[in-house]
Each structure stands twice: as structure tokens, then as C-alpha cells.
Ligand binder design. Structure first.
Ligand code: PLP
Length: 473
């Protein structure tokens, strides 16, 4: 494909995406086809002769789009949002076009420096502690996901807890990670990959009313481990848990971590984006205790997957834990000590120019546009929660500080599960579920930039109509 062919085909692809966004709301949110439908619609192998891009676009319409879960659909209320936006897609397109691999400063000076500056901007935007800035001892980096951020934090914590022996001796004794019973599954995965073993993570109990970690229970667990000669390595606290967006009490947890010298990682994968709004920053009280912190712009900040923003307070510790220097990567810039080589801040060697999509997003929306997006999600969730509390048949299952509402039918778990199945079967919306204190709850998470009051009201109408049928029949 020469540049002129690319120009023509590229315009056709951009047109196709714009048309998809304009019409996605008219489609069923989830695929109606059984497993295997995509494979059955594809030929046995690739064509001998090349084909025009139009042929691929036709197959996107015929084979792919009908079998998607449409995450950008205005009726998509499942899981947490995975926003994208026009500027994000365009930034990603430029990144793909440049094809830069920024493993070292030397292999991508602008890739590295733009990322460093943007992460400093983002730290300002979220009002994160000064010590995360690259201008001091800290700094930020883009990881592919919050899961990778937690893994990297765990490795840094092991390096610290073992006083550097982890690099040479591996897991030389028993180390422990702590999170609440509501902590994300990626914490257990990180501990497993890091070699902490089956009981590497202690799940600390939560307050039943708030679903937030109990500091006294954390202290007791650390004390018990110390008494058993197990080394407390890392506490992962959450701002906005996956089930119900509970906020762990960072000031109390941070003080305990400081007292015992344990690495505190704060996982704000979804709710970190809320801190762009000053009125929601209460959720970040105590973040100054954190050794590392991450949130996913790819969840609620209009930046397409993958983009996790991760900061450390002491970049030297992380680099020491992860750096490996083979001869073929040696270069004058690295040896000068004056540059950042982001390969030392992550698991893979190679890395894409992900800062571009973030740059496009920050510049297109500006701070005001980002705040408007978050505020709209919070207001729509509030609107929906008011409907729930106004109907005697329903109840809220947890507080809703951000844009997720957990609720259920008072009639019980079975009725609530049946209700979820019925509304999702309409194809107009997708909600998911969880269990809170053992009881079934539906989750409605607002986040698509296409979602308006009309879509939230439609979701409520579908729910009440299904409840009418269900509770009578
Ligand atoms: N942490 C929390 C609190 C989450 O809610 C999620 C995903 O929903 C994750 C981590 C994992 O995110 P990622 O897909 O970026 O690894």
C-alpha cells in the first residue's frame, strides 16, 4: 500500500468508524448469535490475491459487527465503561502510522518525553501528591492495564521487602500481599506471577455497610504474619472497588503501611478519573501515603484501551528492581543517566507511543471537557438511583459515590437474577451483576459519552416493565 492508496483507504475506514458511532445506538448491545458464528462465516484461509480495503469493510459489516458486544453503545451499562473517543482514535492512528517503538529514550526520544510530561500534567489534573512528579524522585508511566500496574508495584514491593535480595535470590522466604475482600482479581494474579504462592494474598475484611477495608483487620493480619515470620510486602488499597465502587480508608491504611514499612499501592482503576473534578477528590484523601498509584484513562476518561496511568514515588526503587542491561541495548544516552528508559518501568521490553492518544484527548477536551464527562456520568447515575429509591419493589445495594449504581429487587436473589436476564434479553441495554455481602445485586455503570438521560430512563423503563411481569407472574 503506497501513501496515496493509504490516504484513499484511510478515508474510507474513518468514514466507516464515524458511521458506526452514528448508528451503534440502533443495534442490539450484545450479539444474538451462538458461539462459533464468526468462525463459521469466515473462509478456511487467507486469499491468494490481495483485496481492496472495501472488501474488508464489507466483511466487518457482515461478519464482525453483528457479533460484537458494543462497548460504546449508549445502552452499555455493564462492568465498568471502556470509553473511547474521536481524538483517542486519531491519536492511536498517528501512533500506528509512526510505528515508533519506545523501549529506550534513544529509540523514541519524543515518545519518552511526551509521556513523562503528560503523566506530570495528569498528576496535576488529579491533584496527586507532589512526590509522584518526574521533577522530583517519582514519575509516571503508561502501562497497558491496571493489572500490569499492580504486578509492577508488587515486584517493586518485593524488591524493597527483601532489601534487594529478590533480584538475585528470588523468593527467599514467605512474603505477603494484602487487599480487601473486594480487591480486584488482578492482585491475586500479580502475587501468583510474582511467586508468592497460593496463600500469597490475604483478603482483609470490609465494613459491611461501606464495603471498605477495615484498618484494624489489616493491622491484625500484618501482626499475625510478622509473628509467623512472614514478611508483609505490599498493601493494595482500592479507590472504587469493582463490585460496588467502595473507597478504602487511605489515611488509616496509609498510616499502618508507613508504621510497618509496607509498600502501599493504590488501585483507582475506574474511579481515579473522578479526581479530575475537585468535588470528587474526597475519594483520594490519604493518597499522599501511596508508594504507587494507578488509574485507567481507558475506563472513564475517553481514552481507548489500552492506557493505564501509573505513578511511583521513588522511580529509583522500581528501576533497580526491573532493569536488565544486555549489550545490544547499551547506548550513550542511557549511560549518561540523564534520560528515562521506560523499558525499566514495565514487564515487556517494547512499547507503543500510547501517549499520543492521551495527548489528543487532553487537548481536544481540555480540563473542562473531561470534567463535564465525569460530571455527566455521576449525574446520570444519581438520576437512576433516585428512580430506584422511588420504587418500593427495589432497593439500593450499596452507596453510589461515582457513576455505578448497585441495586436489587427486594423480592430476593432469584427474582433479581431473573430481572437482569430479562432486561438484557431486550438487546436495548446491558447490565451486569455482582454479590454484595452474599446477596445478588445488579450493576448499572454509566460511562459511554453517548449515554444521555433518555438512555438511563429507558433502562429504568425496561427494568420496571420486566419487574411488573416478573412480580405478578
Ligand atoms: N482494578 C480495579 C478496581 C478494576 O475495577 C479493574 C477492572 O475493572 C482492574 C483493576 C483491572 O483493570 P485492567 O483491565 O486495566 O487490568
Amino acid at each position: 500500500m503506497d501513501p496515496e492508496e493509504f490516504r484513499r483507504a484511510g478515508h474510507a475506514v474513518v468514514d466507516w468508524i464515524a458511521d458506526y458511532w452514528k448508528t451503534v445506538g440502533q443495534r442490539p448491545v450484545t450479539s444474538q448469535d451462538p458461539p462459533g458464528a464468526v468462525a463459521a462465516a469466515l473462509p478456511a484461509g487467507p486469499t491468494e490475491q490481495g483485496e481492496p480495503v472495501e472488501a474488508v469493510l464489507a466483511d466487518l459489516d457482515r461478519v464482525v459487527v453483528p457479533r460484537l458486544t458494543h462497548w460504546q453503545h449508549p445502552g452499555f451499562f455493564g462492568y465498568f465503561p471502556a470509553n473511547t473517543s474521536g481524538p483517542s482514535v486519531l491519536g492511536d492512528l498517528v501512533s500506528s502510522g509512526l510505528g515508533v517503538q519506545g523501549m529506550l529514550w534513544a529509540t523514541g526520544p519524543a515518545c519518552t518525553e511526551l509521556e513523562t510530561v503528560l503523566l506530570d500534567w495528569l498528576a496535576d489534573l488529579l491533584d496527586l501528591p507532589e512526590r509522584f512528579r518526574s521533577t522530583g524522585r517519582g514519575g509516571g508511566v503508561i502501562q497497558d492495564s491496571a493489572s500490569s500496574a499492580t504486578l509492577v508495584a508488587t515486584l517493586g514491593a518485593l524488591h524493597r521487602a527483601s532489601k534487594g535480595r529478590w533480584r538475585t535470590d528470588g523468593i527467599d522466604r514467605r512474603y505477603r500481599a494484602y487487599t480487601s475482600t473486594q480487591g480486584h482479581s488482578s492482585i491475586e494474579k500479580a502475587a501468583r506471577i510474582a511467586g508468592l504462592g497460593a496463600d500469597g494474598v490475604r483478603a482483609i475484611e470490609v465494613d459491611p455497610a461501606t464495603q471498605a477495608m477495615r484498618p484494624a483487620a489489616l493491622r491484625a493480619a500484618i501482626e499475625a504474619d510478622l509473628a509467623a515470620n512472614v514478611v508483609p510486602a505490599i498493601v493494595v488499597a482500592t479507590i472504587g472497588t469493582t463490585s460496588s465502587t467502595a473507597v478504602d480508608p487511605l489515611p488509616a491504611l496509609g498510616a499502618i503501611c508507613a508504621e510497618y514499612g509496607v509498600w502501599l499501592h493504590v488501585d483507582a482503576a475506574y474511579a481515579g478519573a473522578a479526581a479530575v473534578c475537585p468535588e470528587l477528590r474526597w475519594s483520594h484523601a490519604g493518597v499522599e501515603y501511596a508508594d504507587s498509584y494507578c488509574f485507567d484513562p481507558h475506563k472513564w476518561l475517553l481514552t481507548g484501551f489500552d492506557c493505564d496511568a501509573f505513578w511511583v514515588a521513588d522511580r529509583g526503587e522500581l528501576i533497580e528492581a526491573l532493569t536488565v542491561m544486555p549489550e545490544f541495548l547499551r547506548n550513550a544516552a542511557t549511560e549518561s543517566g540523564a534520560v528515562i528508559d521506560y523499558r525499566d518501568w514495565q514487564v515487556p521490553l517494547g512499547r507503543r507511543f500510547r501517549a499520543l492518544k492521551l495527548w489528543f484527548v487532553l487537548r481536544w477536551y481540555g480540563v473542562e471537557g473531561l470534567r463535564a464527562h465525569i460530571r455527566s456520568g455521576v449525574a446520570l447515575a444519581e438520576r437512576f438511583a433516585a428512580r430506584v429509591t422511588g420504587d418500593d419493589r427495589f432497593e439500593l445495594a450499596a452507596p453510589h459515590p461515582f457513576s455505578l449504581v448497585c441495586f436489587r429487587l427486594r423480592a430476593g436473589d432469584e427474582a433479581s437474577a431473573e430481572l437482569l436476564g430479562r432486561v438484557n434479553a431486550t438487546g436495548r441495554v446491558l447490565l451486569t451483576h455482582t454479590r454484595i455481602e452474599g446477596r445478588y445485586a445488579l450493576r448499572l455503570a454509566v460511562g459511554s459519552p453517548l449515554t444521555t438521560e433518555q438512555h438511563v430512563d429507558e433502562a429504568w423503563e425496561l427494568l420496571t416493565a420486566a419487574a411488573d411481569d416478573l412480580l405478578v407472574g
